[in-house]
Design a protein around this ligand. Structure first.
Ligand code: ADP
Ligand code: GLC
Length: 492
């Protein structure tokens, strides 16, 4: 055990590292719609290296059942009350990458989509939170800390401290990680009261109520022992009205326990040197393989076979968060004035998908919009592209830009949240930098940054230097795991 931890524990009269249960709606590689899943799947592996037994509890989604049915072990089952209805809860166990994952099974709630949207999604996750809190004493694991993630699990601390007073659930410590403040879990109080039986006395501004709704993320901020978000910059930003989506009041009130811990990426899953999904492998000193990946990407996606043309890529959820309106605003201008190729892999808002379909037909052989979700293709896009565009309106951390750097695709980002904390803009005087950036949420500022990047592309030496810098960065989870370990111990 690290000396630092031994001393911290001693001050608290303990010798053993805390046991942690991470509760989350998704967990890679089992289920994934975005970065949350990557974090929940990777962090416990690095915590284990620090001697922390961290396990995960997550819904037994259909995607998991379809693939892992034979590997799952049924531990026990019981019933919970959701309103006046008794609901089945199966607790299954699966080992993934050396980590114990508990899966909450009920096909009524998790038989199709991970997120059903609207009130149906509220039902899914109110059921899940009730199931988790009831399952905890039965697991034979006894966590010291429950680590909640986003609104889908953020009502758990409130339930523990208001409905389980004096029980083990009440004495557990709670860390809430905010991965995305744009989603808060807002519902009518009657709906929430009907399913979770929350005392109307808590439906006030001090606790659950916010702008006339029951707000799960707010309740999480009120009842958790500590709160963190996924980058230092975003931790500052969400204390301001522009970024806080209405929660700046509570976050400032709890400012003393609010911190930012930057995410890492899974360096094994994302490694150009050993990635089995690539046609050729490469590393910092040997980039020939990268050129092969580019050729393969062009061939697969119907782009002209040209090694010389700069290829700008995006792998993204297509929402306003990701700056898609900026892209839509200047895409034609960019394609008409520069000799480039553009590759998008993403799904999201219909208006952006329609726009990209149109763009694909306007620029055949030069622009490809693959509107879908494909883990395998995403690796080829990171490896085969020269630049990775991520002009987010806000970005709590962002994993894609880190993955891109690891694959030697230089990020072009807006200076916000985790993008600002992870991408060092190119300095033409010193040659330092790992990418390109712009400050304001403005389409033409973004276009300027893209043009700067394209300028560098013309000079092979500059490009080689930048790619080397980007690939040298260490975005592993070790650093974050150390910080999370400190947070868990502080709470004991
Ligand atoms: P967010 O979680 O906000 O979507 P992140 O950058 O933190 O953003 O994480 C996104 C993760 O999801 C990355 O691992 C990225 O490669 C992956 N991803 C996003 N869209 C797709 C897609 N269409 N196909 C495959 N992977 C995707
Ligand atoms: C959210 C954020 C993203 C972050 C991810 C993992 O989806 O949008 O910025 O990287 O969570 O924390």
């Amino acid at each position: 055990m690290k000396k630092e931890f031994r001393e911290m524990l001693k001050e608290r009269g303990r010798t053993e590292m805390p046991k942690v249960l991470l509760a989350a709606a998704e967990c890679a590689p089992l289920s994934k719609t975005g970065g949350l899943a990557d974090v929940v799947g990777t962090l416990p592996q690095d915590l284990a290296k620090l001697g922390i037994d961290a396990r995960v509890i997550t819904p037994y989604h259909k995607v998991i059942k379809d693939k892992y049915r034979d590997k799952v072990e049924h531990l026990f089952d019981f019933e919970v009350l959701l309103g006046w209805v008794k609901e089945y809860v199966g607790i299954e166990r699966l080992e993934v990458n050396g980590i114990t994952v508990y899966l909450v099974d009920n096909e009524k709630y998790f038989g199709d989509k991970i997120y059903r949207g609207g009130e149906p999604e509220g039902q899914q996750y109110m059921y899940f939170c009730r199931a988790v809190i009831e399952a905890v004493p039965l697991l034979g694991f006894d966590p010291d800390v429950i680590h909640c993630n986003d609104w889908h699990t953020s009502i758990i601390p409130m339930l523990a401290h208001t409905q389980y007073i004096g029980s083990m659930q009440d004495s557990i410590k709670y860390l809430l990680t905010i991965h995305n403040i744009a989603f808060q879990g807002k519902f009518g109080f009657d709906f929430v009261h009907g399913l979770l039986g929350i005392d109307p006395g808590y439906y006030t501004y001090e606790y659950l109520e916010h702008n006339g709704c029951a707000n799960f993320l707010k309740a999480g901020c009120v009842f958790s022992d500590r709160i963190n978000t996924v980058s230092p910059s975003y931790a500052g930003e969400i204390r301001t009205p522009y970024y806080a989506e209405g929660l700046d009041g509570i976050l400032n009130a709890r400012g003393a326990v609010l911190t930012g811990i930057i995410n890492g990426i899974d360096k094994v899953a994302f490694n150009p040197h050993s990635d089995p999904s690539l046609p050729a492998r490469y590393d910092r000193g040997h980039l020939k393989g990268k050129a092969k990946c580019k050729a393969e990407l062009q061939a697969k996606m119907g782009l002209e076979q040209r090694p010389d043309v700069p290829l700008v890529a995006m792998v993204t959820r297509m929402t306003e968060q990701k700056g898609f309106d900026l892209v839509a605003y200047i895409l034609d201008e960019l394609m008409n004035t520069e000799d480039i190729q553009f590759m998008l892999l993403g799904t999201g808002d219909a208006r952006f998908e329609d726009f990209m379909r149109g763009a694909e037909s306007r620029f055949p052989g030069r622009l490809c919009a693959y509107l879908g979700y494909s883990e395998e293709l995403s690796h080829l896009v990171y490896a085969g592209s020269d630049f990775f565009l991520m002009p987010s309106r806000f970005e709590p951390c962002g994993l894609s830009q880190m993955i891109a750097m690891r694959y030697g695709s230089l990020p072009i980002v807006r200076e916000t949240g985790g993008l600002k904390d992870t991408v060092m803009p190119y300095n033409k005087y010193t040659g330092e930098g790992t990418g390109f950036s712009f400050a304001n949420y403005n389409a033409h500022e973004m276009l300027d940054a893209i043009r700067k990047a394209l300028e560098c592309y013309k000079d092979e030496e500059t490009m080689q230097g930048l790619i080397g810098n980007a690939m040298k960065e260490d975005f592993g989870f070790e650093r974050s795991a150390l910080d999370y370990a400190r947070h868990y111990i502080w709470m004991l």
